[in-house]
Write a protein that binds this ligand. Structure first.
Ligand SMILES: Cc1cc2nc3c(=O)[nH]c(=O)nc-3n(C[C@H](O)[C@H](O)[C@H](O)COP(=O)(O)OP(=O)(O)OC[C@H]3O[C@@H](n4cnc5c(N)ncnc54)[C@H](O)[C@@H]3O)c2cc1C
Length: 554
């Protein structure tokens, strides 16, 4: 049931459960608890459409140049699920292990305890079964690189793509019709109020038009996103003040992680090697893509962090690819109208560079000389990419020379020295804004370079091809590509003990009886996998825990 903003009164409302947020982390908790006789309220942080005023509350500072905190997340009902890319892949067993070569690694729960929730999460995200081997593809080819079987480099895994599902649309009917869920439209939590430093007694909230109200509930789930979860816990206390609630050991905001992603090498495959690099369907026409990863044994042997990559066409700005479609994409992305509409993680490289007139002319030439081939392809691709219900995730271009760039997406080591803290500037609700401090470790850089070396060694050994680094200084190239996009991980990490984390294995804040956290902020390590599938799986697990708690308390 949606409580319209103008019907919200300046008073205290009472519920069984209060959920703060309305994105990938929040909505699965509410939906899973429907029919459990639990009266739930959702404070969504916004309304159904984007408001500049609310989006500004996400602004902040960071030590990374050109990395705006308000561009990679949406303060609306549905949260960032309204703009995400839909790429789904689960964490692996190794991600949950304590690895002596990866600082602060190890989860207090095992892969097996999350496995059944991955299946349910797959349904929530519309990707069919939680099966990620190439056996679930309709085509018979097993490997990305045909016949490339070895113990170090894996090429028979796939990632699956969601519609991409927008949770505000998927669950619109439940939000509108269900009597047990009350969504307070256009309202935000502005303060969590504690009693005796051990219980949350209420949350103070405010609507955009300025009405103050509060919610008292038996339990609270904080699911406001990877930065906001820490921000709301730190609010009123500062980073250095150790004894704020849930923050006795100064862990809130610490261990911030993202995924490092970029291109430092290309692979020239031998001409007789077949490469299966295109979007393929699993059952029910779910788009999938093959990927490269490093086996767990090889990671342990080489003491490297988790790594994945996919094959990528030449950079679109490099007109020597002579590909009319890539040139057309380059020209469109540089048009002012389109450049504002591309998510920053995709437009970052283009916006950092300026291009010569000569460069533009060569791209125009590539388009004009290929026009007869481009037009039918553009019509077909535009339909699939923009108008189909299940959208083509991106455009993959084949290589005539059997040569591909390798786009990595890797684990980021969790360190206390990477953190989210509060600054003195405040937003329209009077909450302090955030600062993000992020620096890759030596281990991060070493792992990226070493993983490329492992791939090169196996390619040469099996006479499949060779990998070439595109710059003699790979370390600097990696550093120039560092940034954080929408993957905001680790700021309220899960741990076995209070000294090393913020929440326990049930996602409950240490020493606070009734405050739980949902979202990637609880991940102790970030793996190489995109976070949404694991966020949803953990939220469903949290819902089951809460369901038992209510059942036994009653
Ligand atoms: C362009 C882009 C592409 C991406 N692609 C992928 C992908 O392909 N695969 C993948 O796995 N991940 C992807 N991600 C990341 C993924 O979208 C996020 O990890 C995920 O959506 C985070 O979910 P969340 O619910 O924790 O946070 P959010 O979606 O950010 O939701 C936070 C919610 O909290 C609310 N809120 C904030 N402050 C308050 C407050 N004070 N009071 C009440 N409510 C509040 C907000 O309104 C919002 O509803 C992408 C991200 C971006 C930006």
């Amino acid at each position: 049931m949606i409580k319209k903003e103008n019907s919200i009164k300046n008073k205290n409302y009472q519920f069984d459960l209060c959920i703060i947020g309305s994105g990938h982390a929040a909505l699965p908790v509410a939906i899973r608890l429907l029919n459990k006789n639990i009266k739930i309220c959702l404070i969504p942080g916004g309304s159904f459409s984007i408001s500049n005023k609310l989006q500004e509350t996400y602004q902040g500072k960071s030590n990374i140049v050109n990395n705006s905190l308000d561009k990679h997340r949406l303060r609306v009902i549905g949260g960032t699920s309204k703009i995400w890319g839909g790429r789904c892949i689960p964490f692996k067993k190794i991600d949950f292990e304590k690895r002596n070569y990866a600082k602060n690694s190890g989860w207090p729960i095992s892969y097996n305890s999350l496995k059944k929730y991955y299946s349910d999460a797959a349904t929530y995200l519309d990707i069919g079964e939680a099966e990620f081997s190439s056996n679930s593809l309709i085509t018979k080819n097993k490997f990305l690189i045909d016949g490339f079987v070895n113990d170090e480099v894996i090429t028979d895994e796939i990632e699956k793509f969601s519609l991409p599902t927008d949770f505000s649309k998927k669950f619109a009917s439940q939000l509108n019709d269900e009597n047990n869920i009350y969504l307070f439209d256009n309202s935000s939590v502005i303060e969590i109020v504690y009693k005796n430093n051990s219980t949350v007694c209420k949350v103070n909230c405010k609507t955009v038009s300025g009405t103050n109200f509060s919610i008292t509930a038996k339990n609270y789930v904080l699911a406001a996103g990877g930065i906001e979860n820490a921000r709301l816990l730190l609010h009123k206390f500062n980073f250095s003040k150790k004894y704020s609630c849930g923050n006795k050991y100064n862990n809130v905001g610490r261990y911030f992680m993202t995924h490092f992603s970029g291109i430092i090498a290309k692979i020239k495959f031998n001409n007789d090697v077949d490469i299966n690099n295109k979007y393929e369907f699993c059952k029910n026409k779910i788009y999938s893509r093959r990927r490269i990863s490093i086996s767990h044994n090889s990671q342990r042997k080489n003491k490297i962090l988790n790594f994945s990559a996919f094959l990528h066409h030449s950079p679109i700005e490099d007109s020597s690819h002579k590909n009319g479609i890539l040139s057309l994409i380059f020209l469109l992305k540089n048009l002012r109208y389109f450049s504002h509409r591309i998510p920053p993680e995709y437009s970052k490289r283009l916006s950092n560079d300026t291009f010569s007139i000569r460069c533009y002319l060569t791209h125009i030439k590539n388009v004009v000389f290929n026009l007869h081939r481009i037009i039918p392809k553009v019509i077909m691709l535009s339909k699939k990419r923009f108008f189909d219900k299940r959208k083509l995730p991106s455009i993959i271009i084949d290589s005539e020379r059997n040569e591909f760039y390798i786009h990595y997406h890797v684990e980021h080591e969790p360190l206390r020295s990477n953190y989210v803290s509060l600054i003195n500037e405040v937003d329209c609700f009077g909450l302090k804004k955030t600062h993000v401090n992020l620096k890759p470790s030596k281990n991060d850089i070493k792992s990226i370079i070493k993983s490329h070396n492992i791939i090169d060694k196996e390619l040469r050994k099996q006479k499949k091809g060779k990998l070439f680094f595109i710059n003699s200084d790979s370390r600097n190239l990696i550093l120039s590509q560092i940034g954080f996009g929408g993957h905001l991980i680790g700021t309220t990490r899960m741990s076995n003990d209070y000294k090393n984390g913020v929440v326990n294995k049930d996602c409950k804040v240490f020493e606070i009886d009734n405050l739980y956290i949902a979202g990637s902020s609880v991940f102790p390590t970030g793996g190489e996998a995109n976070p949404a599938l694991t966020i949803v799986a953990l939220s469903l697990r949290l819902a089951d825990h809460l369901s038992k708690k209510y059942y036994y308390n009653e």
